[in-house]
Each structure stands twice: as C-alpha cells, then as structure tokens.
Design a protein around this ligand. Structure first.
Ligand SMILES: C[S@@+](CC[C@H](N)C(=O)[O-])C[C@H]1O[C@@H](n2cnc3c(N)ncnc32)[C@H](O)[C@@H]1O
Length: 306
C-alpha cells in the first residue's frame, strides 16, 4: 500500500506517468512501502523550517571554496527547498542559478518560497542524465551538489552527468557524508538497533556514504575517473546550536527516514533512543551555554572539469 511517496517513488511514478505529471505538485512526502527510499522523511515545509544545520554548512563551504566570477552560471544539483539557490543568486557576479531536485514537492516549494528573477527550478534525478534538460549540457561555469550524494548509490553516474553540464574548467563543489560521519553512524546504528530493526527491514542500505577507500592523500579516484581535477578534498567538521531539544529533534526528524517505518505510537520512544544514539556517536551534544548542538564531519570536494 502506498501511503506517501518518497523521492525515488516520485521518479518511479514520474516514469510511469510522464515527468510533467508531478511537476508543480504541492505534495512532498513520499514513502513507498516497497522500500525504494531516499532521504525525504518529511514535508518540504518542515525541511525548510528545520534546515539550519544544512544552511550554515552550505553557506560556509560556498564562502570557503568558491570565488564567484562575473557572469557565473550555476547548477545546483539536489537543491532541496531552494534557500541555498536564492543565496547564490544574490552573490556578486552570479548571473543565474539553474536548480533541480528529484522531489517535485521540494521543487514546488522552492518555486513558491525561494524564487528570484535569475533562479530556475526543475525536477530531475541527478544520477539519471535522461531527466536533464538538453540545454544544460556545457552550460554552467559552476556546479554545487550539497548533502545529496550520500542518498545515491550511483555516484559515478551523478558525477558524470554533472560533469557534462559544466563548461571546460568549470568547477564543482560537493559535500557528502562518509562512513565515519556521525550522521551515517547514527543512522546505521539505529537501523540495526535490536528494538527497531524488526520495523526497519532492509532500510540500512539506503544511505550510501562516500567510500573511504576512494580518498587517498586528499585525492579522489572517483572524481578523477569522472573527468575532474581535484582542487581540494577535506573532511570538514561543522556544528550548529539549537535553542531547545525540541528544535534539534525536529532537525533530526527531517533527515531520519527511519520514522516512516515506525508505528506512530512508538515515535516518541524511537526519538528517545535516537537522541541517546546521536549523543553516543557525537552527532549531538548538550550542556553548557550553547544548549543543544548538532555536529557532523562531512567530506567536502572542490574540483575542476578537465
Ligand atoms: C539534505 S537535502 C540537501 C538540499 C540542499 N542541497 C541543501 O543544501 O539544502 C538532500 C536533497 O537531495 C535530494 N535528492 C535525493 N536524491 C536525489 C536525486 N537522485 N536527484 C536529485 N536530488 C536528489 C532530496 O530530495 C533533497 O532535497
């Protein structure tokens, strides 16, 4: 039975109904009980209201790694609800931002809440080049793909597709969790927790951290194989404080799709265990003047098209 659809569900449904069928839909949350699943555990509105960690991290890496140049055309692959697109569109030099996401609901939300004259949003799957618009090919001086690739198994297809959209010597900035990221370890441990595993079935393989064996001496073989010269490759620690435990837990709700498998009456108990696990994995800490803190270590890759 389909109660809600997740992002992969959108793609499957779009393939069956034709891509336009769901474009502009106000719906977002999509869980298919055949367990084709990705990150989207909540509504676009909820994600947008609870993405302070993703936003502060995104802005920080954009400022640290990208130097905007006059006339920059930017592709945002996996744009979510569009706040980072609007931010980029306002940077001096940026001519336009073309953004896309696999979730029609997120794209619809972005259109309604983060529109700007030089930003355009579309529905597409980053790892499926057949969903890209033909005019994207070779059209961009910069591409960003922030907090998306750990939801995808086929990173090579995604990277090659983005590569094809860049001009010669165009730059890509991406962030992705690794097996050592506290978010991945918390997610993985909750999925194999004896109390929750029976509800979660084969959920665990649905997060795909960047393979640690790929990263050697601050280089990525995968990036090189996909036609990029790596300019910088680092694991970046980041943290964000939350004014209350409730706010922190809402942020976690947006990125833990586990909840979609847990019966409603057990959500509170699941959250209690999730909070303890996140503390054990150093994904959250409490106490002191800063209240509640969310933390993670994330791979940040900056590269140039060869
Ligand atoms: C954590 S959010 C990050 C959103 C945005 N980049 C940000 O920094 O706020 C991950 C996004 O990846 C999108 N996503 C997941 N799989 C995708 C795919 N195959 N193609 C495009 N977007 C995808 C999700 O729908 C979600 O909006």
């Amino acid at each position: 039975m389909i109660e809600l659809w997740n992002s992969f569900g959108v793609v499957a449904l779009q393939q069956r109904l034709g891509l336009e069928a769901l474009q502009g839909s106000g719906q977002f949350c999509f869980v298919d009980h055949d367990r084709t699943f990705t990150m989207n555990a909540t509504t676009a509105d909820h994600y947008s209201q609870n993405r302070s960690y993703q936003h502060s991290f995104g802005v920080e890496v954009l400022q640290q790694y990208l130097a905007w140049e006059g006339g920059d055309t930017v592709l945002d692959a996996g744009c979510g609800t569009g706040e980072i697109c609007r931010y980029m569109s306002q940077q001096p030099g940026v001519a336009s931002v073309q953004a896309f996401d696999v979730s029609a609901g997120f794209v619809s939300y972005a259109n309604q809440n983060n529109s700007a004259p030089n930003v355009r949003y579309d529905v597409a799957d980053v790892s499926d080049i057949s969903t890209y618009k033909p005019e994207w090919k070779g059209g961009f001086s910069k591409a960003v793909c922030l907090a998306v690739l750990h939801w995808l198994q086929d990173k090579e297809a995604a990277l090659k597709a983005i590569h094809s959209c860049l001009r010669s010597r165009g730059e890509i900035l991406l962030s992705c969790d690794t097996e050592d990221s506290s978010f991945y370890r918390t997610s993985h441990n909750m999925a194999s927790h004896p109390k929750w595993q029976p509800y979660l079935g084969d959920f665990a393989p649905n997060l795909f951290p960047w393979p640690s064996g790929d990263l050697v001496e601050n280089r990525s073989r995968l990036m090189q194989e996909c036609g990029f010269e790596v300019l910088s490759c680092h694991i970046k620690p980041h943290q964000q404080s939350f004014e209350s435990k409730a706010k922190l837990m809402e942020a976690l709700r947006g990125i833990f799709p586990h909840l979609n498998y847990i019966p409603q009456e057990k959500h509170e108990e699941f959250f209690d265990d999730l909070f303890e696990m996140a503390k054990d994995m150093h994904m959250v800490s409490t106490g002191g003047d800063s209240g509640y803190i969310g933390k993670n270590d994330t791979l940040v890759l900056h590269a140039r098209k060869l």
